[in-house]
Design a binder for this molecule. Structure first.
Ligand SMILES: Nc1nc2c(c(=O)[nH]1)N=C([C@H](O)[C@H](O)COP(=O)(O)OP(=O)(O)OP(=O)(O)O)CN2
Ligand SMILES: [Zn+2]
Length: 139
């Protein structure tokens, strides 16, 4: 088994719904994303010969998925009143409404599924919410 790994990061704001502690308040993170792809055998011919995949294709894909979230307010769907969302948007803020509680675990799953949906053989995604705390999704 061969694996490649690449890293990127995105900045954003969020809060955790139904959380009893400081994370129920709006706050920010620089989420660090470490993505892995893997294959049993390397490519045998062409431009990708003896590679799992060209790193440039891999990193471009992971960065593009993370970039969509960058400098947005990650909002769990249904956690804010529609008029609050409308008000924030009318002020010019960029919101990303997601159908899940915005934990590092769920963000790792979401990023994994987006990377896999782009056609890459994703094996694992790690999301660091702080330098010491990381959630890992590996199906
Ligand atoms: N398993 C999880 N636990 C927590 C998550 C999570 O996504 N998965 N998220 C949070 C909050 O988002 C919070 O922002 C993290 O807070 P905390 O760990 O306290 O981080 P700090 O930067 O404040 O760390 P300090 O060590 O207190 O400086 C909470 N838990
Ligand atoms: Zn947080």
């Amino acid at each position: 088994m061969y694996e490649l790994k690449t890293e990127t990061a995105f900045d954003g704001a969020h809060f955790l719904t139904d959380y009893y502690g400081k994370c129920e308040n709006l706050h920010g993170h620089r989420w660090r994303v470490v993505a892995y792809i893997g294959k049993e055998a390397l490519e045998t011919a062409g431009t990708h010969k003896d590679m799992v995949l060209d790193f440039s294709v891999f990193k471009r894909t992971v960065r593009a998925v993370a970039e969509e979230l960058d400098h947005t307010f990650l909002v769990e769907e249904g956690s804010l009143r529609p008029e609050t969302i409308a008000c924030l948007e009318s002020e010019g803020f960029d919101l990303t409404v997601l159908p899940f509680r915005t934990t590092a675990e769920n963000l790792a799953t979401y990023l994994f599924e987006r990377i896999a949906a782009s056609g890459l053989p994703a094996t694992c995604v790690e999301v660091y919410e702080t330098p010491n705390n990381c959630a890992i999704y590996r199906p």
